[in-house]
Design a protein around this ligand. Sequence first.
Ligand SMILES: [Ca+2]
Ligand SMILES: [Ca+2]
Length: 300
Amino acid sequence: MTRRVALGLIGLALVAGLTGGAAAPASGDRAGDVATIRAAAPAGCGAANGRVFVPAGATTLGEDGPGRPGSNVRVEGFWIDRHEVTNRQFAAFVAATGYVTQAEREGGSAVFVQPESLDGDDAAQWWRFVRGASWRRPHGAGGELAHADEPVVHVTFDDAQVYAHWAGGVLPSEAQWERAARGDQAGPRSPAAWAYDASGKPIANTWQGEFPLNQVGDDHYDGLAPVGCFPPNAFGLDDMIGNAWEWTQSAAGGEGRRILKGGSFLCAFNYCANFRPAAWQAQEQDLGASHIGFRVVSSP
Ligand SMILES: [Ca+2]
Ligand SMILES: [Ca+2]
C-alpha cells in the first residue's frame, strides 16, 4: 500500500511507499525484554528518574525573542518527568502490559536518513518509511537495537497516551510543556540562547552545520543522545530543548493533528531552528518518527 506521510514537523509532506504486512520482531527480540536493548550510557550522561514539581505560575507562552513577547498564561502546578521517557522505561511498560505499538502493528515508521546530495528542498529526500522501524530498532529491521537510556521514539500519540495512563499521568498540554521548558526565565531571551551558551557551546542536542547534508556535531551526538547528557534547566528537567520532539495533548488544528514541542537533534539554524520553547510543529497523531518521543505529567 502507499501511505501519505505528512511530516508537519518539518513543514513539508512526502509520499512514501510502504509494503504491507505487520513487522515480525527481529530474530531474538521479545516483547518487553530489556535484554534486547543496548545498555550503558556514556560517561557524563545520566538523569535521575522520577518527576519534579513545577509550581503554579505565569508563563509567557510563545515568547520568542525581541518583538515577540508572547502572552501571559497562568498554569497550575503539576508534576512532570525529569526526562523524556526512555527505552528502558518503555520496555518495562511493554513487559507489564504486552502493548504493541502502532509502528509494530503497521510494519514500519518514518526514519531520517541523511542524504548525500539534494535536489530542491523536498523532505522526501531525507525521510523514509522504513520497514521494521519501531521503538525496538529505531533504524529499521536489521538496524541496531534501541539504546536503553535514549528517548523512546517511533511512538504515535496513542502509544504515548497509553504509556502515560499506565504510568499514572497524561501527556502535557502545550502550556504545561512550555511552562516547564522555560524554567525561571524572567524576560525576553534570544531564541539561540535556549540551545547554545554565550560562547556558542551547545547546551542541547540539536544539529550543527547545514541541514541535512552537513553535520559538524559540536554537541557530540549526530542522532539521539541518552537522556541527561546536557545541563538540566532551572526546574531540573533534562532535554526539554532538543534530543527528541515531545508529544503534547494539545490539538494542532485540523483533524488528527497534535502539537509537538521542543525540537530535536535535527533542528539546525538553517532549517526550522525549533530549539526553543516557543517553537511547535503540527504532527499527524497516528504517525511516529525517529525523532519524536514524549514525557508524562500528572496533577498534584
Ligand atoms: Ca546533535
Ligand atoms: Ca526533548
